[in-house]
Write a protein that binds this ligand. Structure first.
Ligand code: ZN
Length: 258
């Protein structure tokens, strides 16, 4: 791909909103769509997994999936709003304690993060057993080059914010973390971006597992990996990659918008 300037690819702009109400509605619709896509990609594992979207008006509050509801069934109106203490302040279903412990810490530590995604997807958790970063072996994997971390300290099911804080610290300023022996965590400036990083990261884990099972993958040079990351790894590129999936899932499952 080489070091082409980022502006040669005409990428549409991330939408802006006139009111917090419009922005909230937008985030909740995108969040519901992200859950439907996670179900479509097979990322659910029982009741594990959560994607959060920061509320545009209320600091420290985020929208999340109700605990114990299948991703495939989630509509925008099913999402619950959780405050900084972990209390459900909108919606009458419970929140997953792990969702609060991980996501509240990440949202707190990273004011730039609008959305965060975590689930026990198969290839993500298989790769996470190795305690290694992903290598730049494909164009797609370059989105994560020098922009993800490994959180090595698995001590059981996350249920305390102190553990969430350690995960947030490991994540640092990156777009993703591999939670060793657990699964993947991705963040973004939009719901679209966080969901896309999760989808493509799971597939990059799958690709590296396949490649290493077959032989010794050839690494992309650092210079080319960084140049590729500039194009495929930006906030805007992450948001844009989600758009065809949004079109697909809203046409196929319009009830998610309810
Ligand atoms: Zn988990």
């Amino acid at each position: 791909m080489g070091a082409a300037p980022a502006n040669i690819f005409k990428i549409p702009s991330i939408p802006k909103f006139a009111t917090p109400q419009e922005e909230r509605r937008h985030r909740k619709e995108r969040l519901a769509a992200a859950f439907r896509l996670f179900a479509k990609f097979g990322f659910e594992e029982g009741v594990a997994g959560h994607i959060t979207a920061r509320d545009p008006e209320r600091p420290g509050h985020f929208w999340v999936n109700p605990f114990g509801m299948h991703f495939r069934h989630i509509r925008a109106s099913d999402l619950i709003l959780v405050n900084a203490k972990g209390e459900v302040v909108e919606g009458n279903r419970p929140v997953n304690v792990a969702a609060f412990a991980i996501h509240s810490s990440v949202h707190h530590a990273r004011p730039d993060v609008i959305a965060a995604a975590h689930s026990h997807s198969l290839y993500g958790k298989a790769w996470a057993t190795l305690g290694r970063l992903l290598d730049p072996i494909t164009q797609d994997a370059c989105a994560f080059f020098e922009d993800h971390a490994v959180f090595q300290d698995f001590t059981g099911v996350v249920h305390q914010t102190s553990e969430g804080e350690r995960i947030a610290k490991a994540l640092g300023s990156h777009k993703a973390a591999i939670l060793q022996n657990h699964g993947l965590l991705t963040v973004g400036h939009t719901v679209d971006e966080a969901a896309w990083w999760f989808i493509t990261m799971d597939r990059s884990c799958h690709a590296q597992l396949l490649a290493e099972a077959a032989g010794k993958p050839v690494l992309i040079t650092r210079e080319s990996a960084l140049a590729t990351r500039e194009l495929v790894g930006s906030h805007q590129a992450g948001w844009f990659q989600f758009q065809p999936l949004w079109e697909l899932v809203t046409q196929e499952q319009p009830d998610l918008l309810d």
